[in-house]
Design a protein around this ligand. Structure first.
Ligand code: NAD
Ligand code: BTL
Length: 489
């Protein structure tokens, strides 16, 4: 069993209270690691270290080029240790090793991208309307950043925060989900190895209530970046009002996947499965809400159900596994509860809806790929994020109806449109109120393109140049080139 520590002010440390937490593998519930269960005292130490490193340290005065090189060095180290990181992620989260390896490649690219972007914005000289003056606009680091991440893409979500924060010259405290901390701990070791100065990057481990909440509340923290569910996001945003810190929120989604009758049928079926059942549906942008044009509804659902029944659940380390378990006992119970809600609401459960009976899956938190048809937009299973392998299907007739149904949600994270008529796709896309829209695809995201939500799916953007800008303040510098008394007074 691994034993790991927190990283505060350049030191690997246990929790001050001596408490620990065991980390389990969701595939078989075996204990894989023991980590500190920190609390407010440790969080406060990490905040103080980050504050000192920002206010009195060298980091923010280090040239952007040098900072960028260090961030790129982290990318190289992640690539060097890719296999170890991917195995840790699979052990901790249950996702397949293939998914974890893909995640690690994306993560290295994110560090490389922000390392490269660090010195590309030298500010902007602007035209001043006042004679004898010069004006420029520069970007500066925000200061001390609190970063809180979820369990479904543990290191990937952390990388979207760590890389731009460091590239922009901030100091930070990251708090990963208490149930999946292992890869974030490992990447902190790599950040240390790369040579990032002590106090600049800090790691606290513990429950959200005892660590994350303080990051959001503390007046010594200048920015809080949170990825997680909407109810926690609400708490974070409320706590952040104490000192009006900058807030970035990446929250949930209930993402419509719209299939028109002129779409390539087989591709749309194949990708509709991937949209919702990838990583057992534990994806913020999962296509958990399928909207199918009535004229192809029945054959489409028939093909979908046939394929859903064949999805191979299993150990993420087994090369033939297509989907791993859910993350925890509590989370599986939440998904099971939504199945009951769907049945009570009158939706038609046509496959799944229960735990698999197969041998070898009984110790893990597995759940069958589940499909409900004849759903109505007003149903809770259509409106709420179930975050599991649960697909709801609604019918539509016209383009306008598809748009109206798709937008009828408090969320606005992502969505997709399947059609061979590109004009129709463009019309629909322009009406969808979502941060990412795919045409004839589902799921792609990459370092260069911004990611984030409309409406209750969040505030701000990660990735792309916008993801770096979140970690900067904008300063206007005005110079009077011919100062003289005004004689006003
Ligand atoms: N929009 C995105 O890019 C994106 C990406 C991944 C996950 N998510 C969302 O994350 C959710 C799943 O993750 P989860 O179950 O870990 O979410 P969660 O909200 O339960 O927890 C997220 C993090 O917040 C911490 N936390 C809990 N209470 C807190 C508090 N009072 N103050 C501060 N921090 C607190 C947790 O310890 C954890 O680290 C889903 O809703 C999913 O859609 C969104
Ligand atoms: C943002 N993404 C798609 C990587 C993970 C969402 O849960």
């Amino acid at each position: 069993m691994m034993k790991k520590n927190m990283y505060i002010n350049g030191e690997w440390t246990a929790a001050t209270n001596g408490h620990t937490r065991t980390i389990i593998n969701p595939f078989n519930q075996e204990t894989i690691a023991e980590v500190p269960e920190g609390d407010e005292t440790d969080t406060q130490s990490a905040i103080l270290a980050a504050r000192e490193a920002f206010d009195n340290g060298e980091w923010r005065h280090t040239s952007a080029t040098e900072r960028g090189k260090l961030v790129q060095k982290v990318a190289e180290l992640i690539e060097r240790d890719q296999q170890e990181l991917a195995e840790l992620e699979t052990l901790d989260s249950g996702k397949t090793l293939t998914e974890s390896i893909d995640d690690m490649k994306t993560i290295a690219e994110v560090f490389r991208y922000y390392g490269g972007l660090a010195d590309k914005d030298g500010g902007e000289v602007i035209e001043s309307p006042i004679p004898d003056s010069r004006s420029k606009v520069v970007r500066e680091p925000v200061g001390v950043c609190g970063q809180i991440t979820p369990w479904n893409y543990p290191l990937l979500q952390a990388s979207w925060k760590l890389a731009p924060a460091l590239a922009a010259g901030n100091t930070l405290i990251i708090k990963p989900s208490e149930i999946t901390p292992l890869t974030t701990i490992k990447v902190m070791e790599l950040i240390e190895e790369a040579g990032v100065p002590k106090g600049v990057a800090n790691l606290v481990l513990g429950s959200g209530a005892k660590t994350g909440q303080l990051l959001a509340e503390s007046h010594s923290v200048d920015l809080i970046s949170f990825t997680g569910g909407i109810e926690t996001g609400r708490k974070v945003m409320t706590a952040a009002t104490g000192n009006f810190k900058k807030v970035a929120l990446e929250l949930g989604g209930k993402n419509p996947n719209i299939v028109f009758d002129d779409a390539d049928f087989d591709t749309a079926v194949d990708q509709a499965l991937n949209a919702v059942f990838f990583h057992a549906g534990q994806v913020c942008s999962a296509g958990a809400r399928l909207l199918v044009q009535d004229s192809i509804h029945d054959p489409f659902i028939e093909a979908l159900v046939e394929r859903a029944k064949q999805i191979k659940l299993g150990n993420g380390f087994d090369g033939s596994t297509q989907s791993g378990p859910l993350i925890s006992k509590e989370h599986r119970e939440k998904v099971e509860n939504y199945v009951q809600i769907g049945i009570q609401e009158g939706a038609n459960l046509i496959t799944g809806g229960k735990r698999p009976k197969a041998e070898g899956l009984q110790a893990g938190f597995f759940f069958e790929p589940t499909i409900f048809t004849e759903c109505e937009t007003s149903m809770r299973i259509v409106q709420e994020e179930t975050f599991g392998p649960l697909l709801t299907v609604e019918r539509f007739n016209t383009e306008e109806e598809a748009v109206q149904l798709a937008n009828d949600s408090k969320y606005g994270l992502a969505g997709a449109v399947w059609t061979t008529d590109i004009r129709k796709a463009e019309r629909v896309v322009s009406e969808l109120r979502m941060g990412t829209v795919w045409i004839n695809d589902f799921h792609p995201y990459f370092a260069q393109a911004p990611w984030g939500g409309y409406k209750a799916s969040g505030i701000g953007r990660e990735l792309g140049k916008q993801g770096l800008e979140e970690y900067t303040e904008v300063k206007h510098v005005y110079e009077n080139t011919n100062p003289a008394p005004l004689h006003w007074f």
